[in-house]
Ligand binder design. Structure first.
Ligand SMILES: *Cc1c(COP(=O)(O)O)cnc(C)c1O
Length: 377
């Protein structure tokens, strides 16, 4: 058995060991064809099979409806911050789009979009608020959907359903009809919890995700988009980033990131072997529940996100005595618990507990934290 430390990186992040081992075994000779996946033409029959299976498996895992395109793109979620408005803002006459701001990633999306049209903030958690009688700090809560101010003539509404850095997750996507704006499509940056739970496509018109958080290596971005939203790109939209061109060419408008698609495809097959997205969701719930219950029961560590907005994937936490931070991290590494340092903008610690991080890893983390607390509390 291969012994590796537990990896809590926020991204690029842990991949299933089985996937890495299969990729290693197939590295120089994929299925007896005498070539590495890296060496084969993206238009040849071998890679066409790899791509087609990846799309079919992804569609099956997420029950993607037939009227949605599944695209494999490049540029990461950051490029989508521009590609989304370039493709969608021209749908309406008004050139408007609305954004929900809940943390670093949604703010970046909003900032980039301002280059392309009339962009408004429909709701934001940038201030303190009071929830259930308790004060809640900025960027630690999702504004309630009934308070969102979405313009009826907006070309789309954008939100980030899992704020990787703040550690927030939107448990239920809003129903745009219930918000009184049935014709405004919902666009979701789901990068850091993609494939960790089902996606309700009756609510999301478009979902995008960079692979390197929960679905594969860096280099491929998955875009799932309702077909009626494709074909409205602004004239300035780069040809290779026009969803209509990418869709018409089965994501081979130009050379796709072939090796990243191959590895993501292996991750999809691994997920199917785990029982699919419903099974992995149950595992993710158990993992997150264990860690939050420990944090909440401890006077030594704290998570500051409102319980209803806590992410199952990214769990930031603080030592109440921050002078112990570097000791906590170096001893964690010595104990085989890697990449726990929090994002520089938030500080403290962050445990990213994606699909490929098993409950055993969380249990090891908790025992280490208990032990550290015993020695310093
Ligand atoms: C990581 C991340 C991004 C940025 O991804 P890149 O691949 O670096 O462009 C955007 N949104 C979310 C929610 C993320 O977690």
């Amino acid at each position: 058995m291969v012994m590796r430390p537990w990896n809590f990186s926020a991204g690029p992040s842990a991949l299933p060991l089985e996937v890495l081992q299969q990729a290693a075994a197939e590295m120089t000779d994929w299925h007896g064809c005498g070539m590495s996946v890296m060496e084969m033409s993206h238009r040849g029959k071998q890679f066409t099979q790899i791509r087609d299976e990846a799309e079919a498996d992804l569609r099956e895992l997420l029950a993607v409806p037939d009227d949605y395109e599944v695209l494999f793109m490049q540029g990461g979620a950051t490029a989508e911050n521009a590609i989304v408005p370039l493709n969608l803002i021209g749908r309406g006459q008004a050139g408007k789009a609305d954004y929900i701001l809940t943390g670093i990633w949604s703010n970046k999306s909003h900032k980039e979009a301002q280059r392309y049209g009339d962009i408004a903030v429909a709701a934001s958690s940038e201030t303190d608020t009071v929830i259930d009688g308790a004060s809640q700090a900025p960027w630690t809560w999702y504004p309630a959907a009934q308070d969102w101010k979405v313009r009826p003539d907006a070309s789309y509404l954008h939100l980030c359903s899992n704020e990787t850095i703040g550690g927030l997750e939107l448990a239920v996507l809003p129903d745009m009809a219930a918000l009184g704006v049935p014709d405004v499509p919902l666009v979701v940056d789901a990068s850091s919890h993609f494939l960790s739970r089902p996606i309700d496509f009756s609510k999301a018109a478009m979902v995008y995700a960079g692979a390197q958080k929960n679905a594969g290596p860096a280099g491929v971005t998955m875009v799932i988009i309702r077909k009626d939203l494709v074909g409205h790109a602004l004239p300035a939209c780069p040809t290779a980033f026009d969803y209509a061109n990418v869709a018409a060419a089965d994501s081979m408008f130009n050379t796709p990131p072939t090796y990243a698609i191959y590895i993501a495809g292996l991750v999809f097959k691994w997920l199917k072997r785990q029982g699919g997205v419903a099974a992995i969701e149950a595992a993710n719930q158990a993992k997150a529940q264990a860690l939050y219950a420990y944090l909440d029961g401890s006077g030594f560590y704290a998570n500051r996100v409102h319980p209803a907005s806590r992410s199952r994937m990214n769990v930031p936490f603080f030592l109440c005595d921050e002078s112990l931070n570097s000791e906590f991290l170096s001893q964690a590494e010595a104990a085989g618990l890697m990449q726990l340092k929090g994002h520089k903008s938030v500080g403290g610690m962050r445990a990213s507990i994606y699909n490929a991080v098993p409950l055993e890893a969380i249990q090891s983390l908790i025992s280490y934290m208990q032990d550290f607390e015993r020695r310093h509390g």
